[in-house]
Design a protein around this ligand. Structure first.
Ligand SMILES: Cc1cc2nc3c(=O)[nH]c(=O)nc-3n(C[C@H](O)[C@H](O)[C@H](O)COP(=O)(O)OP(=O)(O)OC[C@H]3O[C@@H](n4cnc5c(N)ncnc54)[C@H](O)[C@@H]3O)c2cc1C
Ligand code: FES
Ligand code: FES
Length: 1343
């Protein structure tokens, strides 16, 4: 009899230390335990859904049968602690530390500049560390695979990969040109080590100083756990939580008995399906059964006719098992295994594959399952077990549809899966298309199998199953049956497409949307299968008797076959080395490592939510509106207030001062304007209690009209946030009359989520005296938080101190919004008298905070036949959301920057911000430029198409050539712009590659290459003089150490590192003497947001000013004792009562804009650049691969080339995300669907261009900025559009070839859906189209 009354002790190890949980709660995850109970805050929370890798740790387990120890990476946010019985967990703290000893992985990621904000770094370290535990000298492919599940929003991945490559087996060079030579080899490198007289360096770090990896030094597997594994506990263990009981039987018999007793209880294996469903969809299971200790579920057996794989095997193990069988068996027997293996490579990231089990995957039957369609067509069988005995059921369409008669009985479990070998004349293929290549759920996938009658092309048996098309995997059995007996030829193909489209129909309103794309994929995949089989027949025909007749595939069509493979990116970074005369101590211009890099890599860097719990701290959760526009009739708090742990609820009535502004309330009063608006907040003892209370607050709404979501509707309703902004020059009316041609077009650019890895967080600590408050907040603008809290609480600003140690990514999203959360938390702290911690979940963060403004642009362009543009009229509308926020300034910047690099005499630019019932959009890197300038560049591309010219020719023809004035009459010289353009053309070998692309396109019908080069003139700064100021405070202590504080915030952009470089140069002391602790409103008051690319510029000047003041004071002492040391001078200064503390101030650039006159000097200077990208698209699926990108950027005299190149690469990749994969989806009711990494795809490591080169233009001078450096925070973002234009170039080629109009509507992002549908062909023609008036779409476009 099983005793389940009392909890057993849960025993496992963390970093070599034993953890005994006497009352383990099954609802607690490993991430929570590490961070909250064990204080191991190196492991980060960023999504909670297994989709980002920030919480990666290594788990080691001893296999009871083989006695081998298995190390694998997992995402700790999905791991219930109860599943860890007998396991050893290693976190980033267990790998190494600054205090004891760094691990080579940590040292190398830091020194290779693989960290910026550092929030993703511990996860990256753990993924690499686990790889090295298993493969001390991995291949580069293994490295890519290991990092595939880790997102980084800052670096662009290149330096992370670079650090990992230092452990890899020697590769034979980058082989980027197919020559086997490396791009760094002499002769292959377009740039010599000297460019003219300028010494050029391509080394950002030196490998020589790296410690070697010594695998013998790793933490050993705890002997106690070994003993436990040798004598496994056979007893059933039970852990009772507050609401859930976890039962872990020790034997199969007990498991079956328990399953009979608790038929409703799920089996928890990887928890990757159950966990997210419990968290986000409210699924609740009072009893969970864990078969983790049942070795019978992990047995693998091979027979002469197939493979039987235990249901408990992880998908990573399944991958290895299949690979082994493929290597052992003849090809004809392994068709199904190959198809499964193909999908296993792209299914999720490594961590999920390590956790997820085969059984869990099959039984959870997600509609997007990558494996079930293949298993179904491969005739897999499920071996079931219960107390009554064993039973087999087919894994067929009935099982997949969840039909009761074909399903497991409640008391049964899945023991194993039998997958038969394929046979001769049998062909199996797998297809999938997702938003991006890896770590993305498929939009549609498919398994297809055909058995041909021996030595013929006649179909004996055919099965096809699709995923992603409905609630479950669907089988096209009727079509397949009808096709039996048919020859495998063109006629069959046509008939099959017709039948398939009829059978697997998808309604226009289908959840997930992308309906026409999905319908097209149904037939496109079959076409690919058709060709694949023909190719295999061709191969067989060579071996077989000459009886075999088959249809030949034309050479042009062969291009439909190959899928894009994952390639390890390579590249070169070029920058100007410092002058050989520069003193060694002077770090300016050198690639100095980010100050916090080592701390990021060891998890010792403290982010806001890593601050230990303070006494009496409460946790806050927010209640947000579920209606887009409604009156709040009532708020019923009674149930929530009764719940355990709940201390109080804060509503608008509790705000002692001002509740935001009239139009933008902190907490809603009687009306809500969007889904996601904050209504009230709960303060409770724990986060779980606060979130439960939120679910128990009842709001009664009354819907209001109008409800506007789209720009189109806003225009119709005349719903705008501010007046139109307009700039005009010349006379466009007249100019349009004199041109050869006129083209009009539209451009739609979707919004973008910041997706900073660290969500919004704040900790407010009320002090006991004088109403003082300490606020620790993740913000780009602490002074704004301070001011907002002051007005909210009605207390003077001087009582509030905001502290910012570091921010886990901002990108503009932490300029305005943190003040809202800071003020609500502060109101809670004042009302309850307790410290308040507020940490937004990823879902809430994405829902509440808004992001980049979606844009709709219309252009009319008049030009001569030679491509010279004479008149351009652009009108842009941005979707501002429900409140003004930054929308007016974004509109202004958009208009000011629209001309980009082009001199067009007659121009009219107009812009308006639409008011809609969406969360308010806000600042985002580039601030309108990346959206607006896409319209300009699209217009240029359209002109080129009309003139029959290449786009680069039209760009060049219209580019600024000499000193000139912009549309707003600001004078500038385009010399550096042209230099960047020419160098980029040269470095990328553009013209010869353009020819190669053309050659390729002639030979390939289904794959097309595209190439584009884009110039950039980006103006930095805020456009207002008062924003261009900064202050610093520098103290020298009596031991000679120096403390520098300034008004800039560390967001990952390395501002503190640069400030110390400045101080080091000015004070002429090594950087090691200098420290910076945090940004605080108490040390440097009245600061400006760290934004607009000028943080380092203005703060650098302030630090310089303070240091110069100090040095001046020290001068007499130094003069008196020139041979003395720094310490001597400081000691003497102290003795002589010379102040060793100074403030520094930079009065900043003048900037103004007179909108009445359309004239001004709004920006201090420009950053110029150019990028060339080449891509290849798959016209049948819409997928693309990035072949190569070359960027040339004008950084002037870079303060720190490693940091600046990091900014360029990171922003380029973020821009590439904006223009290719990052798609926000809204419901017709205005609810944002894409609220996590599973639905919103930011670029992953496999999205980095295969060759990615960045060059900083050899220095020019700009007298304005600190040491003639330029701010590079934002500009690279727009260069990501070169990928977009390369894709549209490829699409245009495909359309030309198919005789379709080339002037298609430009839409960003260029998702696979857009690419596929734009490459119209006979398959897109055959799909049924719905009349839009007959159904309600799943999502609506808001741009
Ligand atoms: C971030 C992320 C990305 C993903 N990406 C992909 C992807 O690209 N493609 C894809 O196809 N899938 C993807 N998935 C889904 C993933 O494949 C499944 O969640 C996973 O395979 C489920 O396995 P599990 O062991 O975690 O199941 P669990 O969550 O532990 O269990 C799931 C269900 O299976 C039942 N069950 C488990 N084992 C047995 C058994 N032996 N007998 C009876 N019932 C059993 C349980 O009762 C439960 O109901 C992703 C998941 C995540 C979290
Ligand atoms: S926080 Fe765990 S994967 Fe994102
Ligand atoms: S450094 Fe990777 S997310 Fe910031």
């Amino acid at each position: 009899m099983l005793c389940l009354l009392r909890s057993d002790e849960l025993v496992f190890f963390v970093n070599g230390k034993k953890v005994i949980e006497k009352n383990a709660d099954p609802e607690v995850t490993l991430l929570t335990l590490l961070r909250k109970n064990l204080g191991l805050t190196g492991t980060k929370y960023a999504c909670g859904r297994g989709g980002c890798g920030a919480c990666t740790v290594m788990v080691s387990k001893c296999d009871p049968v083989s006695k081998k120890i298995r190390h694998f990476s997992i995402t700790s946010c999905l791991v219930p602690i109860c599943s860890l019985y007998g396991a050893a967990v290693t976190t980033v703290e267990g790998v190494g530390s600054i205090k004891t000893k760094l691990h080579p992985v940590q040292e190398r990621i830091a020194k290779s500049h693989g960290t910026q904000c550092g929030f993703c770094t511990p996860g990256m370290v753990m993924s690499m560390y686990t790889l090295l535990r298993n493969h001390p000298q991995p291949s580069e492919e293994q490295l890519m695979e290991a990092l595939g599940g880790n997102l980084c929003r800052c670096t662009g991945y290149r330096p992370i990969l670079e650090s990992g490559k230092t452990f890899c087996m020697e590769s034979n060079g980058c082989e980027q040109k197919g020559t086997g030579k490396c791009c760094c080899d002499p002769g292959e490198n377009a740039s010599p080590s000297h460019s003219g007289d300028v010494p050029i360096s391509t080394e950002l770090f030196t490998q020589d100083e790296f410690q070697p990896l010594d695998p013998t030094q790793e933490l050993i597997f705890p002997p106690e756990l070994l003993r436990m594994a040798e004598n496994p506990e056979k007893r059933t263990l039970a852990f009772h939580g507050e609401r859930v009981t976890w039962i872990s039987p020790g034997t199969l018999e007990d498991l079956l008995e328990l399953k009979a007793k608790h038929p409703e209880a799920p089996l928890v294996l990887g928890n990757t399906s159950l966990g997210p469903a419990m968290k986000s969809q409210g699924h609740f299971h009072p009893v969970l059964l864990s078969p983790a200790r049942i070795s019978e579920l992990s047995v693998v057996s091979k027979t002469s006719d197939g493979l039987t794989i235990g249901a408990g095997c992880s998908l990573a193990q399944v991958k290895d098992i299949l690979a082994e069988s493929i290597s052992e068996l003849p090809e004809e027997k392994t068709q199904t295994y190959r198809a499964l293996l193909k999908h296993l490579k792209s299914l999720a990231g490594q961590q999920i594959r390590n956790m997820a089990s085969l059984g869990g995957h099959i039984i959870s039957r997600p509609c997007y399952s990558d494996l079930n369609p293949i298993l179904a067509v491969g005739n897999a069988t499920l071996n079931l077990l219960s107390e009554a005995g064993t039973r087999q059921i087919p894994l067929d369409e009935h099982f997949l549809a969840g039909s009761a008669s074909a399903d497991l009985k409640p008391e049964e479990i899945l023991e194993s899966v039998y997958i038969p070998h394929s046979q001769k004349w049998e062909f199996v293929s797998a297809f999938r298309q997702a938003q991006c290549q890896q770590n993305a759920l498929a939009d549609v996938n498919a398994g297809m199998r055909v058995l041909l009658k021996g030595d013929t092309d006649t179909i004996e048996d055919l099965s096809i199953a699709y995923g992603g098309l409905g609630a479950a995997t669907v089988s096209a059995h009727k079509s397949c049956r009808q096709l039996q007996g048919r020859h495998w030829n063109q006629l069959m193909l046509d008939e099959a497409c017709r039948l398939l489209l009829e059978e697997v129909s998808l309604p226009g309103s289908a959840p997930g949307g992308r309906v026409e794309f999905k319908r097209t994929l149904v037939v496109s995949f079959f076409f690919k299968f058709y060709l694949e089989v023909l190719q295999k027949l061709k191969k067989l025909a060579k071996l077989s008797s000459d009886r075999l007749q088959y249809h030949e595939v034309s050479d042009l069509s062969l291009s439909a076959l190959e899928d894009f493979s994952v390639t390890v990116p390579q590249g070169v970074q070029r920058y100007q080395s410092v002058d050989s005369c520069q003193p060694l101590q002077d770090p300016v211009g050198r690639p100095i490592m980010h100050l916090s890099a080592l701390k990021h890599a060891t998890g010792e860097a403290i982010f806001c939510d890593d601050i230990p719990r303070v006494d009496k701290e409460l946790f806050m959760a927010l209640l947000i509106s579920t209606r887009a526009h409604a009156k709040i009739i009532s708020i019923d708090l009674s149930k929530a207030l009764e719940l355990p742990g709940v201390v109080d609820v804060i509503t608008a009535k509790d705000i002692p001062g001002t509740n935001g502004t009239e139009d933008d309330k902190l907490l809603a009063v009687d009306e809500v304007l969007c889904v996601g608006q904050v209504i009230c907040a709960v303060a409770a003892e724990t986060d779980v209690q606060a979130k439960r209370a939120i679910e128990n607050i009842k709001i009664t709404y009354e819907d209001l009209e109008p409800v506007i979501f789209t720009i189109e509707d806003a225009i119709k309703h005349n719903s705008f946030l501010c007046p139109e902004k307009k700039l005009e020059q010349g006379n466009i009316k007249e100019a349009f009359e004199k041109v050869d041609q006129i083209v009009e077009g539209e451009v739609h650019v979707g919004g973008q989520e910041h997706f900073y890895m660290e969500t919004q967080r704040v900790l407010v600590i009320p002090k006991t005296e004088d109403k003082e408050l300490d606020i620790y907040v993740s913000t780009q603008d602490p002074a704004h938080v301070q001011k907002t809290v002051s007005s909210t609480l009605n207390i003077p600003i001087n009582r509030i101190t905001c502290h910012v140690k570091r921010v886990g990514g901002g990108f503009g999203g932490k300029v305005g919004k943190p003040a809202v959360f800071g003020a609500i938390a502060a109101a809670g702290a004042i009302k309850t008298g307790h410290p308040i911690r507020l940490v937004l979940d990823r879902e809430d963060d994405m829902l509440i905070t808004g992001g980049r403004h979606p844009l709709f642009g219309k252009y009319k362009v008049g030009f001569m036949n030679n491509g010279r543009i004479k008149a351009l009229d652009i009108e842009c509308f941005i979707n501002g959301g429900c409140t003004l926020d930054d929308s007016e300034q974004v509109t202004e910047f958009l208009i000011l920057k629209l001309e980009n690099a082009y001199k067009i005499r007659n121009l009219r630019f107009r812009g308006r911000a639409c008011m809609t019932n969406l969360p308010s959009n806000t600042a985002f890197r580039g601030y309108g430029f990346p959206q607006g300038t896409l319209v300009t560049e699209s217009c240029i591309t359209a002109v080129a198409a009309k003139c029959g010219l290449l786009p680069e020719k039209v760009r060049e023809k219209n580019m600024y050539k000499t000193v000139d004035k912009t549309i707003y009459k600001q004078a500038f010289s385009p010399e550096t712009l042209r230099q960047c353009w020419n160098e980029c053309l040269d470095k990328s070998s553009f013209h010869s590659r353009r020819k190669q692309v053309e050659e390729f396109n002639k030979k390939n019908y289904w794959k097309k290459k595209g190439i584009a080069i884009i110039p950039m003139k980006f103006s930095v700064g805020f456009g207002a003089t008062s924003y261009h100021q900064a202050a610093a405070l520098v103290h020298i202590y009596t031991d000679g150490s120096v403390l520098v504080t300034h008004g800039g915030n560390e967001l990952g952009q390395g501002i503190h590192t640069k400030m110390l470089q400045v101080a080091s140069r000015e004070l002429k002391i090594p950087m090691s003497y200098i420290h910076t602790c945090e940004t605080s409103t108490a040390t440097v008051p009245n600061t400006i947001a760290t934004a607009a690319s000028i943080g380092s510029d203005v703060n650098g000047r302030a630090v310089q000013n303070a240091c110069q003041t100090l040095l001046k004071r020290l001068e007499p002492i130094i003069k008196k004792n020139p041979e003395g040391s720094w310490e001597d001078w400081i000691e003497a200064a102290f003795e002589q009562r010379i102040s060793l503390s100074a403030t520094g101030y930079f009065r900043g650039y003048k900037a103004f804009m007179d909108w009445e006159k359309g004239e001004g000097d709004p920006f201090p200077y420009y950053v110029y650049g150019a990028a060339c990208s080449e891509v290849e698209i798959d016209c049948l699926t819409g997928a693309h691969k990035k072949i190569r990108t070359d960027i040339v950027m004008d950084a002037c005299c870079s303060l720190n080339p490693a940091i600046d190149i990091g900014q360029i690469e990171g922003s380029f990749i973020q821009g590439m995300g904006l223009y290719t994969t990052e798609e926000l989806k809204y419901s017709p009711e205005g609810v944002l669907y894409s609220r996590g990494p599973d639905e919103y795809k930011v670029p992953t490591i496999v999205d980095v261009p295969e060759e990615f080169n960045v060059s900083l233009l050899p220095s020019s001078q700009t007298p304005l900025t600190i040491y003639s450096s330029k701010g590079l925070g934002e500009s690279g973002m727009f260069l990501g559009s070169s990928v977009f234009f390369a894709i549209t170039d490829a699409v245009a080629t495909a359309r030309r070839e198919r005789d379709i109009a080339e002037d298609f509507t430009v839409k960003s992002p260029a998702t696979p859906e857009w690419v596929r549908m734009a490459c119209a062909d006979r398959f897109t023609e055959m799909i049924p189209r719905d009349d839009p008036r007959t159904f309600k779409p799943w999502s609506i476009p808001v741009a």
